[in-house]
Write a protein that binds this ligand. Structure first.
Ligand SMILES: Nc1ncnc2c1ncn2[C@@H]1O[C@H](COP(=O)(O)OP(=O)(O)O)[C@@H](O)[C@H]1O
Ligand SMILES: [Mg+2]
Length: 226
């Protein structure tokens, strides 16, 4: 159904709000399904494919594997994006737009970042943006992680090469994928503890240790052929 027809349908004052919400949700699901079938994803993870909507400069993370009990759902994820996207102006977190959870389907719409992940650089899949400045990048990323831990009590727990991007226009680090993140409630909680038996299947990664090892890997990668 085209946008005009949808608007016309929900304009009828006899339709209750729940029904209108449902019409919108279905329209968006239909729109994204068409988008996903006609385009290649711009990124893959273990659980999701991400597609861009080039006309609107946004992207959709579509969760493809059921991870209910292992990791956050898209509604939890969007809360982290909402809390963190404005805390620092030297490190970006994508601006969240909305989520849809319906019949096992999970969609997260957010700002599309233009630039490579560190993984794409390390695997020589994409070019390093000219704006990348290693000192600026790592200093600010470390400060961001410290602030996220100490002021917001949020731990990302999956800061691997595919979950950190370099914004091409600005060279800023971008932290994505809060699918494994947690906000601590108790002060003495260990953020990285997994229930017994789960450590091997779905381990958590120490944020500071990850940043330190990625910084070393990037330095090595960018100097080795010079
Ligand atoms: N906001 C975004 N803008 C551009 N690319 C993105 C964005 N979010 C994710 N991606 C791309 O999609 C990939 C998978 O997304 P991610 O959220 O990490 O999913 P998963 O939870 O499955 O690991 C990322 O590694 C990245 O390449
Ligand atoms: Mg990921």
């Amino acid at each position: 159904m085209e946008n005009k027809a949808i608007l016309k349908e929900i304009h009828s004052e006899h339709i209750p709000i729940e029904k209108r919400q449902e019409i919108f949700t279905t329209a968006i699901i239909n729109f994204t399904e068409r988008l996903f079938s006609e385009n290649e994803p711009i990124g893959f993870g273990n659980f999701a494919s991400v597609y861009e909507d080039p006309e609107n400069n946004i992207c959709y993370k579509s969760v493809t594997r059921n991870k209910d009990h292992l990791f956050n759902n898209v509604e939890d994820e969007v809360d982290f994006l909402e809390t963190l996207h404005e805390i620092d102006n030297t490190v970006k977190v994508p601006i969240p737009l909305f989520t849809i959870m319906k019949g096992g389907k999970q969609l997260l719409a957010m700002e599309k970042i233009n630039g490579p992940t560190l993984g794409e650089i390390l695997r020589d899949k994409k070019e390093l943006p000219e704006t990348y400045n290693s000192e600026f990048f790592w200093k600010n990323l470390k400060k961001f992680v410290e602030k996220m831990h100490n002021e917001y009590r949020i731990y990302h727990r999956d800061l691997r090469e595919d979950n950190i991007m370099i914004e091409a226009e600005t060279g800023k680090p971008v932290v994505i994928d809060f699918g494994a993140a947690v906000k601590l409630i108790l002060t003495d909680e260990n953020p990285y503890a997994r229930e017994p038996g789960m450590e091997k299947i779905a381990p958590f990664f120490d944020d500071e240790a990850q940043i330190a090892s990625l910084e070393r890997e990037m330095q090595y990668h960018l100097t080795k052929d010079k």
